[in-house]
Design a protein. Structure first.
Length: 316
């Protein structure tokens, strides 16, 4: 955590002007913390500044950086105070420990029509409610990679929840992306929007569909996972920096290697599985019923909740 007043940007460090700062940023040294742990020789090589000057910049960055030690009970208090977005189903909220967590990534995976997108719509409306009333009091950024965003559904769900449908729609920013590069850029460029518009929920529906169709075959898998890794890392950073919730959806593929139980696994492999703080497996039951299983959570026991997809949105 950068503590020292006055040193906030790279340009505030001695010997670093705008040009040098740009070069550093382009090479990934985009924060005071990163400079603090960098080698002066490498910085000198990257920017053309002298090693001596680089050393001064690193020292100043080190001084400006302090670590904050907290007791476990302080961490506990902070976690309890974290906001949550209600899903509009008591059973599902309870299973999640109060709803969708801020500062974290929640992944919903399941087959088509299992309700992943519908749950996303409900969260779009609920995120806007005030803190303490099932929301985070903020706006929503919806990255639609499949062309399945439906404003009329938002309108319906908002009306049913007592919100002003017009306002609810105004507070959702939708980006339709058709390539994985667009999807990556939509997140890379989100900082400004998130900060200025007080975005408290970022949705990617779905995370993998574009990656999956563009990177075909085993040869492309390495590159795909690498891009995906940095994409998810950026998402996590957004969640941490702005105390917002991230909701991503993911389809499943049939996995013939599993002989017993449900032979489906979410797309994206370990990278996605490890990045998501909480994972929900959704599957269709009778009619409008859906079974949501909590697969992976840092602090809640595994469990199942039954929800309904109604015209008004998600319900018990
Ligand atoms: P894919 O994106 O195809 O992987 O599926 P998904 O998991 O996102 O499914 P989605 O959330 O789109 O759920 C589709 C289901 O929601 C459909 O089977 C419908 O039964 C239900 N649904 C969609 N719109 C409405 C609606 O307006 N009213 C009601 N009651 N149900 C709806
Ligand atoms: Mg969908």
């Amino acid at each position: 955590m950068v503590k020292e007043k006055g040193i906030k940007e790279l340009e505030d460090l001695p010997g670093i002007g705008p040009t040098t700062a740009d070069k550093l940023k382009q090479s990934g040294y985009d924060s005071i913390e990163k400079i603090a742990t960098a080698s002066p020789h490498e910085l000198a090589e990257l920017t053309g500044m002298s090693v001596d000057n680089a050393k001064k910049a690193v020292d100043a960055a080190k001084q400006a950086t302090t670590l904050e030690y907290s007791t476990a009970s302080q961490v506990y208090e902070k976690r309890r105070a974290l906001g949550r977005i209600s899903t509009s189903s008591n059973a599902l909220d309870e299973m999640l420990g109060g709803g969708l967590e801020a500062n974290a990534i929640t992944e919903a995976y399941g087959k088509f029509a299992s309700g992943k997108t519908q749950l996303g719509f409900q969260l779009c409306v609920n995120a806007q409610k005030p803190v303490g009333s099932g929301g985070l009091g903020g706006k929503v950024l919806f990255i639609d990679t499949e062309g399945t965003f439906r404003p009329d559904r938002i309108e319906q769900i908002a009306k049913a929840s007592g919100a002003d449908p017009k306002e609810a729609l105004e507070n959702i920013m939708v980006v339709r992306t058709t390539t994985s590069d667009q999807q990556i850029l939509a997140i890379e460029r989100a900082d400004k929007l998130v900060k200025e518009s007080n975005v408290k929920l970022v949705i990617i529906d779905s995370l993998m569909s574009l990656f999956r169709s563009e990177f075909l075959g085993r040869g492309a898998l390495g590159e795909r996972q690498q891009k995906l890794n940095s994409h998810i890392h950026k998402l996590q950073k957004l969640a941490d920096t702005y105390d917002l919730a991230v909701y991503i959806t993911n389809q499943v593929m049939d996995n013939p290697a599993i002989l017993f139980g449900d032979p489906t696994t979410p797309v994206g492999g370990n990278i996605v599985a490890h990045a998501a703080t909480t994972r929900l497996y959704m599957r269709k039951s009778k009619e409008d019923k859906r079974i949501v299983r909590l697969v992976d959570s840092p602090n809640m026991p595994e469990g199942e909740a039954v929800v309904k997809i109604t015209p008004d949105g998600i319900r018990d």
